[in-house]
Design a binder for this molecule. Sequence first.
Ligand SMILES: O=C(O)COP(=O)(O)O
Length: 226
Amino acid sequence: MEGRRVKKAIIFDLDGTLIDSAPDIHAAVNKTLAETGDGELDLATIRSFIGNGVSVLIERVIEARGLDQSRHGAMLETFLRHYEADPATLTTLYPGVEDALEQFRDEGWAMGVCTNKPEGPSRDILKAFGIDHFFGSVVGGDTLEVNKPDPAMALAVKDQLGADAAVYVGDSEIDAECAWKAKMRFALFTEGYHKAEDVDDIPQDARFSDFDVLVAIVARLADELR
Ligand SMILES: O=C(O)COP(=O)(O)O
C-alpha cells in the first residue's frame, strides 16, 4: 500500500546468537549420561549438536555414545529435568548484546525471539539475564507443532509483534533457511554455532562478529524492507 508506514521488527535466535548456552546444555547432557553410567561427551561435541531443538540433541547424544534410540524418551525427560533446573549458571550473554538491545529499543524497534529451545527455559534464561522485557514475543521449540527451519516459527513471532516485515538475526544454517523461507532479511552472527567451515557458504544478507556493528547492519537491511 503506497504511503503506509511498514512496521518492522527484529527477530533474534537465542542459542549461539544472544547467549552462549552450550556450557549449561553440556552440563545437563553429562548429568543425564552420568545417571545411567553412560559416560560423557565434551563441550565441542555438544556445541555441534545444538540448533535443531532438544529432541534432536538427545538423538545425537544417543548416537554419539552408541546407545539405543529406544531410550530417547527417558533420556529427553532426564535432560529437561536437569536443564530446566539450571539453565543459566554457565551461560553468558555475548558481549554487546545488552547495549544493542537497548539501542534497538530506543529506536522503537519491536523485538522477538525465535528459538528451537523449549519456551519455558528460554523465558527463564531471558529473565535471568534481565533482558526479557525487550521482547514482545518468544516462540520456542515446543510452542508450535513445528521447529525451525520451518518458517512458521519466525512468522508467528512477526505476527505476535504486529509487524509487516522483519530482519532475522541468527547464527546457523537453520536460521538462514528459516529466514529465507519466511522471506526475511538475514544477518549472520559468525561467533555462534554454525556448522559450515566457511561462513560464505551460509546464505546471508549481512554478517557480523561483534554486536557493536549490528545496529548499523540492521538499519541498512531494514531500508530494503517493503
Ligand atoms: O535448542 C536448540 O537446539 C537451538 O536453539 P536456537 O534455535 O536458539 O539456536
